[in-house]
Ligand binder design. Structure first.
Ligand code: GSH
Length: 223
C-alpha cells in the first residue's frame, strides 16, 4: 500500500499521523512530477489533490478524512477513535472545529501577508476571524478535564491527526507574518506544540512539515 503525500500539506499530514500512530507498513511517496496534469493520477483521484492512498490491488482512496477513517476500519489494532460514542463525537468535533474555524481562516492570511503592499485592514479582519476560531478551539480543549498532552483524553486520537498539522500551520503563519502574539490568548492551542512531542508519531509529522517548509522556502529563494 502507498500514500501519495507532500511533506508540507496539512491534509497529507493527517493521513501520515494516522499511519505513524498506528505503525502501519505503508510507503509514503511524493506524487509523480506531472501529477496535476497526468491522466493516471486523475484516475486515482478525480479531484487531483494530495493525499491519495493506493491499495495493493490498485484501488485508490482520496481525501484525508476518508483515508483516516478507512485506516481505522481496516487496521483497528491501535484505535484512534474512542470506543465511547460521546467521546468519539467530541473527537470529531475537535477535527471539525480545527478544520472549519481555524485552518480555513489561516489560508487567506498567507496570501494577505505575501505581498509588497499588505492591506492592513484586510489582514486585521482576517486575523479577527482566525482569533474567533482559535478561541473556540481553545475553549473545547480546556473543557476536557481528562486531557493529557494530546488533543483529547489521555491518548493519541484522530483529533491529534487534525490538530498537529493545524498547529504547525499556525507556527508557519507566525513566522511568515512576524505576528508573534497570535496565540497569546489561546494557551491550550499554543502549548499543544510542545506537548504533541510526547508522541513520536506526532513529532515526526511536525518535523516533516518543518522540513517541507524549509525546502519550499529554499526553492522560493532560488526561483
Ligand atoms: N479535501 C482534501 C484537500 C486536499 C488538498 O487540497 N490538497 C492540496 C495540497 S495541500 C492539493 O492537492 N491541492 C491541489 C494543488 O496543489 O494543485 C483532503 O482533505 O484531502
Amino acid at each position: 500500500m502507498k500514500l501519495y503525500s507532500l511533506a508540507l500539506s496539512p491534509f497529507a499530514a493527517r493521513a501520515r499521523a494516522a499511519i505513524y500512530a498506528k505503525d502501519l507498513a505503508i510507503d509514503i511517496l511524493a506524487p509523480p512530477e506531472d501529477w496535476r496534469t497526468s491522466p493516471a493520477f486523475r484516475a486515482l483521484n478525480p479531484m487531483v489533490r494530495v493525499p491519495v492512498l493506493v491499495l495493493d490491488d490498485g484501488r485508490s482512496i482520496p481525501e484525508s478524512g476518508v483515508i483516516v477513517e478507512y485506516l481505522e476500519d481496516a487496521f483497528p489494532a491501535t484505535p484512534l477513535r474512542p470506543a465511547d460514542p460521546v467521546d468519539l463525537a467530541r473527537v470529531r468535533l475537535l477535527t471539525a472545529v480545527a478544520d472549519h474555524y481555524v485552518m480555513r481562516e489561516t489560508f487567506p492570511l498567507f496570501g494577505l501577508f505575501d505581498t509588497k503592499t499588505p492591506d492592513e485592514d484586510a489582514i486585521q479582519a482576517q486575523l479577527a476571524k482566525l482569533d474567533t476560531g482559535l478561541g473556540q478551539l481553545d475553549t473545547l480543549l480546556g473543557q476536557d478535564t481528562a486531557r493529557g498532552p494530546f488533543a483529547f483524553g489521555g491518548r493519541v486520537s484522530m483529533a491529534d491527526a487534525w490538530l498537529t498539522p493545524v498547529r504547525y500551520t499556525l507556527e508557519g503563519l507566525i513566522r511568515f507574518s512576524g505576528r508573534t502574539h497570535l496565540l497569546d490568548r489561546h494557551p491550550a492551542v499554543a502549548g499543544y506544540a510542545r506537548s504533541l512531542r510526547e508522541s513520536p508519531a506526532l513529532a515526526r509529522v511536525w518535523d516533516e512539515m518543518e522540513e517541507g517548509l524549509r525546502a519550499y522556502m529554499a526553492q522560493r529563494a532560488g526561483s
